[in-house]
Design a binder for this molecule. Structure first.
Ligand SMILES: Cc1cc2nc3c(=O)[nH]c(=O)nc-3n(C[C@H](O)[C@H](O)[C@H](O)COP(=O)(O)O)c2cc1C
Length: 249
């Protein structure tokens, strides 16, 4: 029996696309993507997320700058801002004359919900031959993004997503993944070969970048990752999310 199917094929073919043609995405396709995504599982049926659909050129331009000058944010025909959103839970509490006890768990639940709905949108978009890049850079300045998108209190943009048809129909080569043994564990966690396999991945990724003509360190994964994470990133995040209505402790 054939055990592969179109969903498996779409997931296996995933590659991030950062160059988009100017071809518009039809309303029907965009609607199908969003409706399919909205069917995603959601913790306790909280549906603690909102999605802002941005097509306006000026807004995308501003979002591109706020995301660290990422040109694809400006160039994609559709940008989706995936927001964790606990405002409707506040409403539920108000309707029922109860106090909402916010805590870190609610922040995590709403952020996880937001990640899940976005991944569904990603797969749905790719199933139409669209290219996608998620944008974590949008967390550089959560308050400015919130203001630009007129977010309600109790919402923050967890990440963005550029969607569009790949420029000239060209997809980049797929990035190799780490060894399966590093990621998938049978019954219990096994870290016995972790360092050795990370070193192997460094070399494999270096070969990949080499093939693509991208100049990279020999330790192509561990070197840039460790450098990037040597200092705390987005140190403003805690205060900003608290100002936007989330609890982080
Ligand atoms: C939550 C999240 C945030 C990301 N943020 C960015 C981003 O801001 N800019 C970008 O160019 N790529 C971004 N990416 C794409 C990753 O760099 C990419 O998925 C990773 O390098 C693996 O490559 P692949 O998706 O082609 O396999 C993001 C991916 C995820 C899941």
């Amino acid at each position: 029996m054939e055990t592969k199917n179109q969903v498996i094929e779409t997931l296996n073919n995933h590659v991030t696309v950062r160059n988009f043609s100017s071809e518009a995405i039809s309303d029907e396709i965009l609607n199908n993507i969003l409706e399919a995504a909205r069917r995603s599982p959601t913790g306790s049926n909280l549906q603690a997320y909102s999605i802002i659909v941005v097509k306006n050129a000026e807004t995308k331009k501003k979002l591109a700058v706020l995301s660290g000058n990422q040109k694809h944010v400006e160039e994609c025909p559709v940008f989706l801002a995936f927001c964790a959103d606990i405002s409707r839970i506040e409403i539920a509490s108000k309707i029922n004359n109860r106090k909402l006890a916010k805590g870190l768990e609610l922040t995590v639940v709403s952020t996880v919900d937001t990640a899940i709905v976005g991944m569904s949108a990603n797969t749905a978009a790719e199933s139409y031959g669209l290219g996608v890049v998620m944008i974590g850079g949008i967390r550089n300045d959560p308050k400015a993004v919130s203001e630009l998108l007129n977010l309600t209190k109790g919402a923050y943009v967890v990440y963005g997503m550029c969607i569009g048809y790949p420029k000239s129909g060209i997809l980049p080569a797929q990035k190799p993944r780490m060894a399966r043994e590093l990621i998938i564990h049978n019954e219990v966690y096994d870290s016995s070969k972790a360092e050795e396999l990370v070193k192997e991945y460094d070399l494999e990724l270096a070969k990949h970048y080499d093939k693509m003509g991208i100049n990279q360190a020999d330790k192509a994964w561990s070197e840039p990752i460790s450098k990037k994470l040597e200092t705390v990133r987005r140190a403003n995040l805690k205060n900003d999310l608290e100002d936007l209505g989330f609890v982080l402790d």
